[in-house]
Design a protein around this ligand. Structure first.
Ligand code: NAP
Length: 250
């Protein structure tokens, strides 16, 4: 398949989990471009798996200067950019009684500020008619224990898809958001002791109406659709790629 033939793409957090799943599907559809992350080992590993059509750029998405450098570097290497995926993010767990100012700033910087400035830094290098894909979360719709801050940041990201689409109408740049449900990624390793991971994943699979947790490729295939001209009538849309978790009672 060649639905993204020669399209220049940038995926933040493309060195792990959902972001890498998106990069793989993009590559399979003929795209090229850059993945952005901080961890040198996973950047090198992901770049090796993606092959010559992708480069890995080390940058911190919470730092505006890093983002500006990363998009400039991508455009210098590949020319103007067609597709941007603002995927980097992650949860910090805790209640309003526990999480203080530093945790608040860290959560909002990583999940909300980063998305705003990823898009802003990309714009000077993007082709008109391009596609921007944001990554929300099921936690923006359902209040899970200890996920208030993260859920609120992701709810704002879902709004950005509408707001940014409006802002960018004159350039015909479409902004849409994918909302994953529980997805099998290394993010689990950050919260769950290694010996409990399989049991926790199995528990989550039981909570999913569809009977399994998502795979990065599930999100990647949806991102291909949003990146391609097949979705040319979608603007400010949210696609729930969640196995029914958000709206189906089980
Ligand atoms: N997994 C799920 O169940 C799930 C569900 C709903 C939504 N999501 C969302 O999906 C997205 C991807 O999550 P994932 O599960 O794939 O997690 P993951 O495997 O932990 O990947 C997170 C990615 O974000 C990058 N990242 C984090 N902080 C960064 C920073 N300051 N600067 C640059 N890159 C940074 C990481 O790269 P480095 O390690 O190199 O920093 C990594 O590539 C996130 O936005 C997450 O909130 C995940």
């Amino acid at each position: 398949m060649n639905r993204l033939n020669e399209k220049v793409t940038v995926i933040t957090g493309g060195n792990s989990g959902i972001g890498f799943g998106i990069a793989e599907e993009f590559k399979n559809e003929g795209a090229k471009g850059a993945i952005i992350g901080r961890n040198k080992a996973t950047l090198d590993d992901a770049a090796a798996k993606l092959g010559d059509s992708f480069i890995a750029i080390s940058a911190d998405v919470t730092k505006v200067a890093d983002l500006q450098r990363a998009f400039k570097q991508t455009a210098e290497r590949f020319g103007k950019i067609d597709v941007v995926v603002a995927n980097a993010g992650g949860g910090i767990i805790g209640t309003v009684a526990d999480l203080g100012e530093a945790d608040y700033d860290r959560t909002m910087d990583l999940n909300l500020k980063s998305v705003y400035f990823t898009v802003q830094a990309a714009l000077p290098y993007m082709n008109d008619g391009g596609s921007i894909i944001l990554i929300g979360s099921n936690a923006a719709h359902r209040a899970y224990p200890s996920f208030s801050l993260y859920g609120a940041a992701k709810a704002a990201v879902i709004f950005f898809a509408k707001g940014f689409s409006n802002d960018l109408l004159s350039r015909k740049i479409r902004v849409n958001v994918i909302t994953p449900g529980t997805t099998d990624t290394p993010a689990f390793d950050k919260f769950v002791p290694a010996e409990q991971i399989e049991a926790v994943k199995s528990h989550f699979a039981d909570t999913m109406p569809i009977g399994r947790i998502g795979q990065p490729s599930d999100i990647g295939k949806t991102a291909v659709f949003l990146a391609s001209d097949d979705s040319s009538f979608l603007l400010g849309a949210e696609l729930l790629v969640d196995g029914g978790l958000t709206y189906l009672a089980k």
